[in-house]
Design a protein around this ligand. Structure first.
Ligand SMILES: C[S@@+](CC[C@H](N)C(=O)[O-])C[C@H]1O[C@@H](n2cnc3c(N)ncnc32)[C@H](O)[C@@H]1O
Length: 218
């Protein structure tokens, strides 16, 4: 059975769920295709909300001169990240550490080495929009000048769904009645980014009505 034909498990945002693994198997190649275009040849890359580590460990072998740093709020995922690193033999993936986007005391210290790029995949549909302030405040503090944040996921644009299928997906997650769930709007991310000196530089279409939003640091 090809990846595309695999039946979709029920929506479940737990990072080690069958649903999140199913989504990751489908989106990792299209995301890698864009990252090949935008990542620097060498340097350091921070992933936020790494979950199982499926993405970072899939990308790392394609960028041997980049050092990757996985992180997540939930330490339950760290064994999975390390197991995938071992399976792949990824010498350029660091040990994960706990980073809560809502708690600055868990962020790298102001004097810590800066990153060339930050990426985050599929958090906004299951997190409050206020998480954007955390992402861009963190980026302001930890990115090198000229660095960027790449955000992957489904989003509304100027209050509208971009496709019927995104509208249907949003209705499905809103039906769960979890207050912070639901598609967020690109313009709200853009506003949060501007508050922290970053600008939406590119909106790249990806399959299944997802985007990669690239926010550039000055
Ligand atoms: C739907 S999962 C996506 C995981 C992974 N990025 C992927 O696409 O497979 C959402 C992730 O966001 C993390 N998360 C939720 N709230 C967070 C916060 N405040 N700070 C950091 N990570 C958070 C969860 O622990 C979980 O790993």
């Amino acid at each position: 059975m090809s990846i595309i034909d695999e039946p979709r498990p029920d929506i479940d945002p737990y990072p080690l769920s069958d649903y999140v693994a199913w989504a990751g198997r489908r989106n990792r190649e299209p995301i890698l295709e864009t990252f090949r275009e935008i990542f620097p040849k060498s340097g350091t890359v921070l992933e936020l909300a790494s979950g199982s580590g499926l993405h970072i460990n899939h990308f790392a072998p394609h960028f041997p001169a980049l050092q990757f740093q996985p992180t997540d709020l939930n330490p339950d995922v760290f064994e999975s990240i390390k197991a995938k690193r071992a399976e792949q033999g990824n010498a350029n993936v660091a040990d994960p550490f706990r980073l809560d986007l809502t708690d600055r005391s868990t962020w790298p210290a102001a004097e810590a080495p800066l990153y060339d790029a930050i990426f985050v995949i599929n958090i906004f549909q299951v997190a409050p929009i206020s998480i954007a302030d955390g992402i861009f405040a963190l980026a302001e503090r930890t990115l090198k000048p000229g660095g960027f944040v790449a955000v992957y996921g489904p989003f509304k644009v100027d209050g509208d769904y971009t496709t019927e299928s995104n509208a249907a997906f949003d209705q499905e997650i809103l039906a769960a009645k979890v207050p912070e769930w639901g598609l967020k709007d690109v313009r709200d991310l853009d506003a949060a980014a501007r508050d922290h000196g970053l600008l939406l530089a590119r909106r790249i279409d990806r399959p299944a009505n997802n985007f990669i939003l690239v926010f550039q640091h000055r």
